[in-house]
Design a protein around this ligand. Sequence first.
Ligand SMILES: Cc1ncc(COP(=O)(O)O)c(C=O)c1O
Length: 405
Amino acid sequence: MNFKQRREDFPTLRLEDTPAYLDNACVTLKPDSVVDAVQEYYLVNPACGGRSVHRYGTKVSQGVRTARSNIASFINAEANSEVVFTRNATHSLNQVAHGLEWNEGDVVLTTDREHNSNLVPWLQLEKEQGIDHRVVASKPDNTFDLETFEAACADAGSKLKLVSMGHVGNLDGVCLPIKEITKITHDHGALMCVDGAQSTPHMKVDVKALDIDFLAFSLHKMCGPSGMGALWGRYDLLDGLRTIQAGGQTVQSATYDSFEWAPPPGRFEGGLGNFAGMLASGAAVEYLSEFDMDAIKEHEIKLNRIMSKPIRDLDAVDIIGPEDPALRGGICSILMNELPTHDIAILLDEVAGVMVRSGQHCVHSWFHDRGHPNGSLRASAYFYNTEEEAKLFADTFEEAVQAFS
Ligand SMILES: Cc1ncc(COP(=O)(O)O)c(C=O)c1O
């Protein structure tokens, strides 16, 4: 697959002197078809889908149906009705957390490398409803420890209700063996929720093959419009989930003193939706469906090798995660130790047009626990990034570290 050619699909990458955009773990750039879908909604038929039966409304309803179907096919869902449009992965995870029924002492397991979006909802439930959130320690190189996990499941016993884990870490790019984790989880009679924010855009994610119960992800990390996410859940589980936003669209009917819920996904999409976002999400997934997702993963690893090689030898900094870039996907996250992380990130952009992310990447818990207030500087690649951009990042970073050391 010629990824370089696909740069032509992106308005920002067609500009002269385009920067080396390496902040894709946060949001990706948007191809023409996604921008066009947003524009078409606002310029041609900016109406309400799902309810209004005039021509504008019908066009939006049809577009939303197609978008949902595109997403369902992309993750190999059993049915379109298993896909709920949300604002982002955070919204999706909160819908699971606050939608399940909890008893005091129910155990939820996460890893020690979770994004706040897959940590804080559980901490909130612990505080408000008395669940028992437990953290499964990773190995020293941040890879998953199946033995420790199995022991944690056994220790929780019949109290284990849910395992909720990030498929790929935004901290370090480490990918979890979700299929094995799910098997163990189900053997213990618990449910498996996967935070797919960093996996769904970068590799083939097949909910049936993984045999999971919930998948949360963000469309804005996979060429889609900002402020759009999705929650996939097995239909029977969605059907038993309490909605966190009741109102229009969420009921079949209501009287002054009663109501009847609408079936999923409508039950979880209360109020007038972000139709431009839904239509453009459909366009994004249609665009990505043209790609071989395995090839995207391989391309990102190739770029990560280029980024990681010279940085590994620098004394002042350390790459977070395993040494082998193949185990870190497209993410090269560098622990800055004593160096000024944000200053170096600004310098990379000003001097060389290299855009990266600096800070704690919403994984405060990991940095706090290990005493690293400066956080990390993270370069994260996507299919449109080139080997030249990866090299530019590595060279400029090396110079900046030497200048500040
Ligand atoms: C692993 C992971 N989970 C969850 C999120 C939250 O995603 P969103 O901002 O779409 O809610 C992110 C965002 O960076 C992430 O990387």
